[in-house]
Design a binder for this molecule. Sequence first.
Ligand SMILES: Cc1cc2nc3c(=O)[nH]c(=O)nc-3n(C[C@H](O)[C@H](O)[C@H](O)COP(=O)(O)OP(=O)(O)OC[C@H]3O[C@@H](n4cnc5c(N)ncnc54)[C@H](O)[C@@H]3O)c2cc1C
Ligand code: FES
Length: 249
Amino acid sequence: MRGPQKAKVVEKSFIGEDVFILKLLQPFIAEECRPGQFVNVRCSPLYEPLLRRPLSIFDVDREKGEFSLLIRIVGKGTKLLSQHKEGDELDLLGPLGSAFPYNQYKNPLLIAGGIGIAPLYFLAKTVDHPTIIFGAKNKKELYTLEELREFATVLVFTEDGSEGEKGMATSKLHRLILKHDSVFACGPLGMLREVVRIAKEAEVPSFISLEERMACGFGACLGCAVKTIKGYKMLCKDGPVMRGEEVML
Ligand SMILES: Cc1cc2nc3c(=O)[nH]c(=O)nc-3n(C[C@H](O)[C@H](O)[C@H](O)COP(=O)(O)OP(=O)(O)OC[C@H]3O[C@@H](n4cnc5c(N)ncnc54)[C@H](O)[C@@H]3O)c2cc1C
Ligand code: FES
């Protein structure tokens, strides 16, 4: 990892009431990053909030030296990020953490829940012939669905039935998983638990990206410990992508 780097805001676009895409010019990160990795971003030039905020790499254009973040506003840091304008500079660390081991499997099944689509969009663009299950509470929370459909087979589930099949992302997983040699997932904890349970039953390896709170982002503060069958691991360094069967969810 390099030290803090500057990234220029190339574009900001809201794609929902509280969700936006931030496109950044930062050739080193754009070149180096792999799906599943994240950047740790200072949200304001003032030291409030003090801690950086971790955000997954959502999309990359290596030729232009650009990458994008898909961000939901949930508090002070993400609100401040949403106020940046084209031409502003951000201070960030990255790329950080582990990536999905996509080159070790021939036929992975991808599963995203809501904003959990962020790292899986980049992953879906990277693997050959991707199939992705995309679940959300409702149609509005199926962020970037139309773009995703341009390059992936997308199986859609919404809790209220407003798009795709009515149900949870995991509703048909026990059947769908049988055609695949691995599962890569990101989404709410409940969804991840179910993904790991079903994958274990089917004896298919699962890899999940966890979105717990972090501080330093590179293994120095021990602020992101996650319990696994091999003892405590640092989510920022050993994760955020971890072997599903090993994490004690
Ligand atoms: C590796 C990683 C990748 C992430 N990728 C993305 C992404 O691509 N897009 C995105 O929108 N978000 C992502 N997140 C979550 C994002 O980091 C938090 O939403 C953000 O840090 C909140 O900062 P805030 O100052 O706006 O909110 P705060 O004021 O810090 O908190 C507001 C509320 O959000 C809750 N919250 C804060 N952080 C988290 C968290 N990590 N997980 C769950 N709840 C949290 C708090 O408990 C509180 O209720 C990621 C988190 C991790 C660890
Ligand atoms: S956030 Fe500091 S050790 Fe992980």
